[in-house]
Design a protein around this ligand. Structure first.
Ligand SMILES: [Zn+2]
Length: 451
């Protein structure tokens, strides 16, 4: 099957759609995704997409999702392209341009969501429209899902669809954010494809002491007990190392592509003991990133104790955000924390989501890998575990194998990691132009009849 006549025209159309998506403000909370869903409805209708082939599903007032489908012959199960339409809040005064203006300046589209992930969704939408216009014959359905509430817990978006409208999103495989875009490590370009994500686990820790008057201090002060426990956690540096299949695959794949003696040393990273020693030696960002990949992480975020200045409280509490390596459980991380702080601190689970880990041996993953190498033959392509959670964690409950795949070449200076939830989020049009043909090739090769 041939591609669209001109990627230039496809890119221009994608940019026009992206501008409209950015201008429909969907900061979550509160979300308010309906206006942007109506924009997507309008784009589909303008393209002549039949009304009976898409559905808008409201999970709450103004919280809407859209699911559209192009039918294949049914000989294989569907492919899902899923992008969330909500965005995180902005600090307007820290932006150089209106975060909801959708301005295009010097071939760069500015605005909240340009990367995370309205830009990627606009590319999925373009691929979907191309398929529709070409009347492509497909062996599997291609489903496009525009999803609410990814940034604040999935309840009104992917979770709602998986629990209440599963038949609409059921698929063998799915693509969503984020992967196969350029990340720079010095001069080395890396294209990580997301295949796993950590579980979210929020805990509350509690120290119980003896109340009393502030004028007569005693040793049994809950605030001291909690502070001491937190200091023990800080000094420990990290919880025990757990080497996941994804981490092993990640270091092996990277090692096989590095043409230096260093490449052969990556095998050492299969050993938890070696990684543990390394964590003790490394510093800064590199250490933080490695720690996030191989351990259950612990970040104390909120402290509460007392309500009167001159009264020693009997209880001091801390909220702890943990991210667990796939396969680990809230109980296992609580055991690990107790090992360090002792049993004197009570721990309870406040909120948790499942992690996810998908195979890198599937035909789709192999295709994503191959096409990403073609996107940039100089880049390293590796599977990646995401420290955070995406809609993939919900879709896996419907048995869908999900990969983070939003391909394109980014110039140095545009860092997804910094911009996705930071200030001055923007996407160069060149990214869209390099990524669209890759997405097209993947969807065609994987879904086209006779392929
Ligand atoms: Zn996102």
């Amino acid at each position: 099957m041939v591609g669209p006549v001109s990627w230039k025209a496809g890119t221009d159309e994608t940019v026009n759609h992206l501008v409209r998506l950015i201008q429909a403000e969907t900061v979550n909370p509160p979300g308010n995704e309906l206006p942007v869903i109506l924009v997507i409805k309008d784009i589909l209708e303008q393209a002549g997409f039949p009304q009976e082939s898409f559905k808008i599903l409201e999970s709450a007032p103004n919280r809407a999702n859209l699911v559209a489908r192009i039918k294949g012959d049914g000989s294989e199960r569907p492919l899902l392209l899923s992008g969330h339409v909500d965005v995180v809040p902005v600090e307007r005064e820290r932006w150089s341009h209106d975060p909801f203006g959708g301005e295009v300046i010097d071939n760069v589209v500015w605005g909240r969501g340009a990367l995370d992930m309205k830009g990627f969704l606009a590319m999925y939408l373009q691929t979907f429209l191309n398929l529709f216009r070409q009347k492509a014959s497909l062996k599997r359905d291609v489903i496009l899902a525009a999803i609410a509430d990814e940034e604040a817990g999935f309840t009104h978006g992917s979770k709602f669809l998986v629990e209440q409208h599963r038949e609409l999103v059921e698929a063998e495989y799915g693509l969503t954010e984020g992967g196969a875009l350029t990340v720079y490590f010095g001069e080395t370009k890396v294209y990580p494809i997301q295949v796993a994500e950590k579980c979210v686990c929020w805990l509350r820790g509690r120290a119980i002491g003896k109340p009393g008057h502030g004028s007569v201090p005693h040793a049994d002060n809950a605030v001291f007990a909690l502070a001491e426990a937190l200091e023990k956690l800080r000094r420990a540096g990290h919880l025990p190392v757990h080497i996941s299949p994804t981490f092993t695959k990640m270091v092996d794949t990277a090692g096989s592509q590095i043409n230096s003696p260093l490449g052969r040393l990556t095998g050492l990273l299969h050993s938890p003991a070696v990684v543990s020693i390394l964590l003790g030696r490394l510093k800064g960002e590199t250490r933080n990133y490695l720690r996030a990949l191989v351990t259950n992480t612990v970040s104390p975020t909120m402290l509460q104790a007392g309500s009167k200045v001159n009264v020693i409280p009997s209880v001091a509490e801390v909220n702890i955000v943990c991210r667990l390596v796939p396969g680990q459980t809230p109980k296992s991380v609580m055991d690990e924390i107790h090992q360090i702080v002792g049993e004197g601190i009570e721990l309870e689970v406040v909120y948790t989501t499942d992690g996810a880990e998908f195979s890198t041996e599937s035909p789709l993953y192999k295709l994503l890998e191959k096409r990403t190498h073609q996107l940039d033959p100089e880049g390293l392509v590796i599977p990646m575990m995401m420290p955070g959670a995406t809609d993939a964690s919900q879709y896996q409950k419907a048995g869908i194998t999900m990969y983070g795949f939003t391909p394109g070449v980014l110039p140095k200076g545009i860092s997804v990691l910094q911009m996705a939830h930071g200030h001055d989020e923007r996407v160069p049009i060149s990214f869209i132009e390099t990524g669209l043909p890759v997405l097209w090739d993947v969807v065609n090769e994987f879904c086209g009849a006779g392929s």
